[in-house]
Ligand binder design. Structure first.
Ligand code: UD1
Length: 336
């Protein structure tokens, strides 16, 4: 079976994707610097799959070490997750974000070029669209100036990859995630936010668990059906599955273009209040929340047109919002 390098493979989406790859029979090597992940996730992956991926702890900014990895390990493809991802933090530490997300990518691509790695999947984000003029958002929607430095690193990463694919004759798929949520059904792996969560779902589950006193709902004066902002919450195992499908497309030379882009979302938008209600039903708990001012930089609404992924990758999300939230809650309960 092909061997796949997963950078950031102990992180949130990375670890769930590693599980899907191993369950599909792929061999997996993980590079992760543990900057936003925990070593025990490796054991959990083994517990779920019965297989232990090779693990290499280092930072892709270390170019020499990155080259050494490729010199010593033959891989057939790369799924590149390793990056910093906190929108707010990126606004106060932009240089760290540019360095982590772009230097890491460039070092990886240099090594991929030198070692003839042809198949690359890149973790991108719906943030590249900014506030789109039309909903749902398809892949042809214009890329607007990103609000955050994090968003800019994803836009720039995509540009770099497009050039890389063309000049060096590589096959690349960029996957633009909407809002990833939930945990593996075993509750052995899930999202592990450091400190106070920025994202809605971990904040909700921590509030329900009593770790946070109250959820702040950021704004109820948006032009939406209940005044709260709309997002497309996609289950992390459905996302993981899309990576495997994308990878198989590249490995089988089924891609039409050298550089392809897919939106990964459910196609349905939910308001913050709808998410709260779905969580209350899924968990059987009552959530303590209050409405506060809008969070600066937040957009009104984003949800995906996922028909391209359905048609070309054969991917359709299968998990409901309620079920996804239930897995998030089961995972949270293991963390206390
Ligand atoms: C942001 C980024 C996205 C990134 C994701 C993961 C943008 C436009 N989006 O998504 O690219 O991949 O983070 O880090 O930059 N909310 C509350 N209370 C909270 C937290 C959130 O009401 O305590 C609301 C937000 O206002 C928003 C929704 O919940 O309407 C989702 O927020 P969040 O989970 O932070 O994700 P995004 O901001 O959509």
């Amino acid at each position: 079976m092909p061997k796949i390098l997963v950078t950031g493979g102990l992180g949130y989406i990375g670890s769930h994707t590693v599980v899907e790859l191993l369950n599909d029979g792929f061999e997996v090597a993980i590079i992760d610097d543990l900057s936003n992940s925990e070593r025990f996730v490796l054991d959990r992956i083994e517990e779920i799959t019965g297989k232990k991926p090779d693990f290499f702890e280092f930072d892709l900014k270390d170019q020499e070490r990155t080259n050494q990895f490729f010199a010593e390990n033959k891989v057939d493809g790369v799924i590149h997750f390793a990056a910093s991802k906190a929108v707010g933090e990126s606004m106060v530490k932009p240089l760290i974000y540019y360095r982590n997300n772009l230097v890491g990518l460039l070092n990886l691509l240099d090594a991929a070029k030198d070692h003839h790695i042809d198949n690359i999947i890149f973790s991108s984000s719906c943030t590249v669209y900014g506030q789109a003029d039309e909903l749902p958002i398809d892949e042809k929607a214009p890329i607007k100036k990103a609000e955050s430095s994090y968003g800019k690193t994803k836009q720039m990463g995509e540009e770099i990859l497009e050039d890389f694919a063309r000049v060096f004759d590589k096959k690349i798929i960029a996957l633009r995630y909407f809002n990833p949520i939930g945990a593996h059904p075993s509750a052995l792996i899930g999202e592990l936010p450091k400190g106070v969560p920025n994202n809605l779902i971990p904040f909700i589950t921590q509030t329900a668990a009593g770790i946070r006193e109250q959820l702040s709902v950021f704004g109820d004066d948006y032009p939406t059906r209940d005044g709260t902002a709309i997002r497309d919450y996609i289950y992390v195992m459905d996302l993981a599955n899309a990576h495997v499908k994308g990878l198989k497309r590249l490995l089988a030379d089924e891609n039409v273009d050298q550089y392809e882009i897919y939106n990964l979302g459910t196609g349905t938008g939910s308001t913050v209040l709808e998410v709260i209600q779905a969580f209350e039903e899924a968990s059987g708990t009552k959530l303590n929340y209050k409405i506060v001012d809008r969070r600066p930089g937040d957009i009104t609404a984003a949800y995906a047109d996922n028909t391209k992924a359905a048609k070309e990758l054969g991917w359709t999300p299968e998990t409901s919002l309620e079920e996804s939230l239930r897995t998030a809650w089961e995972w949270q309960k293991t963390l206390d």
